[in-house]
Design a protein around this ligand. Sequence first.
Ligand code: ATP
Length: 382
Amino acid sequence: MANVRLEGITRKFNSATAIEDISFEVPDGQFWVMVGPSGCGKSTILRTIAGLDTQSSGNLYIGDALMNGIPARARDVAMVFQNYALYPHMTVAKNLAFGLRMRGVDAKTMQERVETVARSLNIAHLLDRKPRQLSGGQQQRVALGRAIARQPQVFLLDEPLSNLDAQLRDDTRAELKQLHQQVGITTIYVTHDQVEAMTLADRIVVLNRGQIQQIGDPQTIYARPANLMVATFLGNPPMNILHATYTGEVFQVAGQSLSCPPALQDKLQLSQGQGVELGIRPEHITIKNEKLKIKNQEEKEALSMNGETPPLQHSLLMVEVKVVEPLGRETLIRANLPASEVPLNIQAASDWRGHSGDRISVQLDLNQLFVFDPTTGDALFP
Ligand code: ATP
């Protein structure tokens, strides 16, 4: 096992830059996941680490050894792709043993390793079968098993579960996590699937257009996204983004008002008329069918005389329901702010009964607001 260190790795294809100045270090034994939209450079990074592609500039280390110019077969990494290729004429046992045989491992060790890996992946009963006698999920486990049996220093997985159906994918994901806890091989895993990223990763690397957007543990990435791209990429349904104008203690959002929480105001010192992008996750919005009662005038005056912060009166938005999606455990409401195309997704209780076309008021938990710079997309708050 070994740590993997990338220092300023750039890969250009002719004049196009696929990845730019990528630097991170995966400590020995950790499980890191790279996520990002299609074409952001995930596979290019993985292939560069494997030695299947060569960086245009930058240094790659596995352990303390500089890997620049070292061919793939000498790197002691095992890679599993989405389109795994098993040897069709070999049994499962022989497929699992293949990498060991190529490295001249003795027969007894080989048999022990094959049996251990087969047991941990639940394919011990399939050792005598040929790949064509296996389901897709079983074949994928054999492909994973073949890589694990080699006990490489580093494990590189490129969307290894994406060919599996939903149930099998869930099961194999959990097995993979358990397996990593047992064997502890340094792993770098590429996926489009945010559930895989959130559940498997010690650290997530979020990429966009060939550049790193943020590196962090799953909770940090979710709770403190560095920018709009990260905020809207992780989370399902994604974070809602509302363009707003600050007008002194309130934000104007498509003709409606939202109070600006004091903590936010203290930190940002927004100026009158300043534009921001507000972020709010669907789980931080609740449905209220009546409008919030405005505090009476006396109460308001008393508060202002005491110099206290006014209450967050404006936490409601009126929305028009567009689509209702019952998901069993909850109901997803896709709505718009009236007279605008501004969408707002709301996670409601499963027993919520409403219809497309209904106008409802929803309450935002304003303590859960995110604020982003409308020009750079960078997170300004929290
Ligand atoms: P996906 O999730 O769709 O697999 P990805 O994030 O893995 O995408 P890469 O395959 O790493 O993305 O590609 C990154 C960029 O590099 C893309 O714009 C792609 O078109 C480009 N690219 C990759 N390989 C080559 C190549 N051999 N020649 C030219 N451009 C390439």
